[in-house]
Design a protein around this ligand. Structure first.
Ligand code: NAG
Ligand code: NAG
Ligand code: NAG
Length: 454
């Protein structure tokens, strides 16, 4: 990973001097190893059962009688992935699921058929007649992935098969899919959140090691080297991820461009650089999303030598995190939270952007959006949904700050995940960054070799 070609000067071996602490959390993050796949199955299937048991409550909340999901192998509805058992890897044949808000006396509240014969339709029609559902939600939303997962051909076929009577009872209620996927089950003794904290602690540990002299040698290591170090570390821990890690040098790279040039050259990291990482891990059916900042100390420098302008920039970003977190009131729309937060930020005399998203089953999961990178007035459709409780969110944003030392305004990007807690509050899943990760460089080691940048 650390490139050793092109040496102009004899470079001393950099000794690890410990991973920089940059946490509001109380202890150094550790790597959390995962249980066996078999044990993971027991954990995730219990979460699945809890989620399915809650579907009737969600249907009642939105005043609808039933929810019909239909899909084929390799053309699954988006919600399939949140409702499947751990040992299901795809839908099979035609997989139909029907959930009822209040089943007729003596009947079940959920049905599932896996069939490739027309019998599936007579089974469905028998149940619909017996249950006499008046309103049946189908996932046909044009804008929301979690309520728009029914394939176009599937809808045509269902309408043909169920006929006029039942077709006329089909309704669109996008909040059903959104709430089913977005709501985090509690699990046995709250074990889902415990595991989520473990995932987040691991992500922090990985960032802490990546942003240290163990991985970065100024003058040699490129941002791309660090990205691939993270990928390999994720694999070594038996985790996966949901996006390629992004490491950049603030002020030199264009972080945040949704259409980056594919041939963007990756920069070599130098002393004095302000580094940024956007990184997430995936394990046991959950995803994390974190952005942190690091400073590359010049040889002989210590934490007190971090430019004051950088410290103030980080503090502003922390302040914006507080503002957004305080404004995240259950029931408010993402757009209202966005407007209120940006207003407060401007009143406090600084600029920035807010672009928070739900997280959980997906990295970008089901629920309202609080801004998007390029949409700071409002987010159409998704920004108009209400904020739900029992969810996890990524508080993602940046604050602008003029750094006198560089004579330049920089964006201080931060992202930390929060989880909802009783009493309409949000807590950091692991912590939030308040101090820079530091890449230490020694002026000289015991042998007297100098660490010198090319
Ligand atoms: C990853 O999985 C392999 C194979 O099951 C196992 O031997 C190894 O200990 C695991 N590593 C970690 C860090 O959990
Ligand atoms: C929050 O969740 C509870 C279930 O724990 C539910 O009864 C309540 O209606 C929810 N509150 C809001 C405002 O959605
Ligand atoms: C700071 O930057 C501005 C323009 O970006 C330039 O006009 C000015 O001369 C710079 N100041 C110094 C001290 O370099």
């Amino acid at each position: 990973m650390i490139q050793s070609t092109g040496l102009k000067t004899l470079v001393a071996v950099l000794l690890s001097v410990g991973v920089a602490q940059s946490s509001a959390a109380t202890r150094e993050p550790q790597y959390v190893t995962l249980p066996s796949l078999r044990e993971q199955l027991a954990i995730t299937d219990a979460w699945r059962s809890e989620r399915i048991a809650n579907i009737p409550n969600i249907l009642k909340k939105y005043d609808v009688d039933a929810w019909l999901i239909s899909q084929h192998e390799h053309a699954e509805d988006t919600v399939f992935w949140s409702l499947k058992r751990a040992t299901q890897f795809a839908a099979r044949r035609r997989t139909l699921q029907l959930f009822l808000a209040s089943p007729a006396p003596g009947l079940q509240s959920s049905y599932s058929w896996i069939d490739n014969t027309p019998e599936v339709w007579s089974n469905l029609l028998d149940v619909l007649e017996a249950q006499d559902a008046r309103s049946i939600v189908v996932n046909v939303d044009a804008e929301i992935a979690f309520s728009g997962g029914m394939h176009a051909g599937e809808l045509v076929e269902i309408q043909r098969r169920v006929g006029e009577k039942w077709q006329s009872r089909f309704v669109a209620e996008p909040m059903v899919g959104v709430e089913v996927v977005g709501t985090m089950p509690r699990g046995k003794e709250g074990d889902r959140l415990k595991w989520y904290k473990g995932l987040m602690e691991t992500a922090w540990a990985m960032i802490g090691e990546a942003f240290s002299e163990r991985v970065i040698t100024p003058g040699f290591t490129t941002t791309e080297d660090v990205e691939w170090w993270l990928r390999d570390k994720v694999q070594a821990m038996n985790y996966t991820t949901w996006f390629q890690p992004d490491v950049s040098i603030i002020g030199k790279d264009d972080f945040g461009d949704p259409n980056p040039s594919p041939i963007q050259p990756k920069n070599v990291i130098h002393y004095g650089d302000l580094l940024h990482v956007d990184f997430g891990v995936t394990a046991i059916g959950m995803n994390t999303d974190t952005q942190h900042l690091a400073y590359v100390l010049y040889p002989g420098e210590t934490e007190k030598d971090i430019p004051q302008g950088f410290r103030v920039g980080l503090k502003k970003a922390n302040r914006l995190q507080d503002i957004v977190r305080e404004n995240m009131k259950i029931g408010m729309t993402g757009n209202a939270i966005l407007t209120k937060s940006l207003e407060q930020m401007k009143n406090e005399g600084f600029d920035g952007r807010v672009y928070c998203h739900p997280i959980g089953d997906w990295g970008h999961s089901a629920g309202t959006l609080i801004g998007m990178f390029n949409l700071q007035d409002e987010v159409p459709v998704l920004g108009d949904l209400p904020l739900l409780n029992h969810t996890y969110y990524s508080v993602e944003l940046y604050a602008e700050h003029f750094v006198p030392e560089l004579n330049k305004t920089l964006n201080f990007y931060l992202e930390e995940d929060v989880h909802w807690v009783d009493g309409d509050q949000w807590d950091w899943v692991w912590g939030r960054q308040e101090n820079f990760h530091l890449i230490h460089s020694k002026a000289a080691n015991q042998e007297g070799f100098f660490v010198q940048e090319l």
